[in-house]
Design a protein around this ligand. Structure first.
Ligand code: KIV
Length: 263
């Protein structure tokens, strides 16, 4: 696998080849994830939960994200590195610009923001200044207190219509990628086929262009896992084997299964 860019993902979407994203927070795992063939690495603010032991991503700071992005990028992975903008680090366009600059200078190739329409102007400004953006819709974990828990989104016709419209708006604003989290599989499939940009799903069924999981979840290390998580260490005797099994399962269409999806 040569260096992956957004053009690689665009071509994969066009040809119907599924791509893989796995979270990483340090150089060792970034190297392994790149070596097993995952096209993208997400330095997720999930590190607040799986590394720092918090019960949400809200305590994570931009300094935490820049530190872990630097650690990941020192591995010089072939994978495209996406870094999460943490809670309240993009509440104005100027603030987003300053904080996204820190992540890009830490080595990220793209930043990820949670939200849709309200971020359109911010997304356009970032992209115009050379910062590619991945948007994130559906269950956006930084809004867990607004949702009243980690709940499936987009189940009512009104909510589904709003997610559909926001997906088109963030594409029009200039986003290069979209993560859809915990929404019904049919809705995620519709959005993926309607958009030109690649869509990565997590708990969003099998019809998105790529799949992402938190590394600790797919390796069976997390205590509480949502229904969309499969333990890929089953039958494997090494971490490399578990990560490769996830990559293979996404590419062959064996993951996600019906039991991992919401309706
Ligand atoms: O922070 C993270 O790991 C994420 C994924 C769950 C998509 O945003």
């Amino acid at each position: 696998m040569g260096k992956i860019t957004i053009s690689t993902l665009d071509k994969m979407k066009a040809s119907g080849e599924k791509f893989v994203c796995i979270t990483a927070y340090d150089a060792t795992f970034a190297r392994i994830i790149s070596d097993v063939g995952a096209e993208t690495i997400l330095v997720g603010d999930s590190l607040g939960m799986v590394l720092q032991g918090h019960d949400s991503t809200i305590p994570v700071t931009i300094e935490d994200m820049a530190y872990h992005t630097r650690c990941v990028c020192r591995a010089n992975p072939q994978s495209l590195v996406i870094a999460d903008m943490p809670f309240m680090s993009y509440s104005s366009t100027d603030q987003a610009m300053a904080n996204a600059t820190l992540l890009m200078q830490a080595g990220a190739h793209m930043v990820k923001l949670e939200g849709g329409t309200r971020l359109s102007a911010t997304i356009t400004s970032l992209v115009e200044r050379g910062i590619p953006v991945c948007a994130h819709l559906g269950l956006t974990p930084q809004s867990v207190n607004v949702f009243g828990g980690f709940k499936v989104q987009g189940r009512t016709p009104k909510a589904a219509k709003s997610i559909r419209a926001e997906a088109v708006e963030i594409q029009d604003a200039g986003a290069s990628l979209l993560v859809l989290e915990c929404i019904p599989a049919g809705l995620a499939g519709d959005i993926s086929s309607k958009l030109d940009i690649p869509v990565i799903g997590i708990g969003a069924g099998r019809d998105t262009d790529g799949q992402v999981l938190v590394m600790h979840d797919l390796l069976g290390l997390s205590t509480h896992t949502p229904r969309f998580v499969e333990n890929f260490m089953t039958g494997q005797d090494s971490i490399q084997g578990g990560l490769r099994a996830f990559v293979d399962a996404v590419k062959s269409g064996a993951y996600p299964k019906d039991e991992h999806t919401y309706v």
